[in-house]
Ligand binder design. Structure first.
Ligand SMILES: [Ca+2]
Length: 192
């Protein structure tokens, strides 16, 4: 059984109240991925890939980034920015694809927003997910799972207001403690 997970992002912006305040470097992926982005892999089985292409099927011209992991455990492409408040909107054009899955080997294609304090200690996260039905990830005071409604693998635009997200859905995270925000394209599979 194949277990494929794929998160692709075409344009990812994190902006403050003034639209000119763009926090992310190379959020449109028009430059190589090592500009602004860090890749991390935990591979216990199967393959992984980080790629950048024009356009991975996105209807607008331009480059997009793709993170792929087959079998355990994850491939992650992330960027951390310092923030002075959570009055920020994260907006991106993304597609999330998975294939296969079982109770012992389940994939999730996801984009995480990680919230950390000034020391870099993670306080909680929001996970926008296309999950296998077998996924055991659950929401808690410090984790909010947002399951996307479009399961066709199509490109869609997603927007999250961080202040509203944290104050409404993450009661274990104090908005005033958040000093760093990480955007993480996270391709995960728990099985080998
Ligand atoms: Ca782009």
């Amino acid at each position: 059984m194949q277990r494929i997970l794929l998160c692709s992002v075409f344009l990812l912006i994190l902006v403050g109240p003034a639209l000119a305040d763009e926090f992310l470097i190379n959020g449109d992926f028009e430059q190589p991925l090592d500009v602004g982005w860090t890749d991390t892999v935990l591979s216990q089985a199967g393959s992984y890939a980080f790629s950048r292409e024009d356009t991975f099927g996105q209807p607008m011209p331009g480059y997009a980034a793709k993170v792929y992991k087959y079998l355990a455990r994850f491939a992650s492409l992330r960027q951390t920015v310092d923030v002075t408040s959570l009055d920020l909107s994260l907006s991106f054009d993304g597609r999330f694809k998975i294939a296969g899955g079982s109770s012992t080997c389940w994939p999730v294609a996801s984009l995480w927003i990680r919230y950390a304090d000034a020391n870099g200690t993670e306080l909680g996260n929001t996970r926008i997910c296309r999950s296998s039905v077998y996924s055991t990830w659950t929401s808690s005071d410090t984790v909010h799972i947002i399951e996307i409604t479009d399961t066709t693998g199509a490109w869609n635009n997603y927007t999250v207001n961080l202040q509203e997200e944290v104050s409404t859905n993450l009661p274990g995270v104090k908005p005033e403690d958040v000093a760093k925000v990480t955007v993480d394209l996270f391709a995960y599979d728990n099985g080998t």
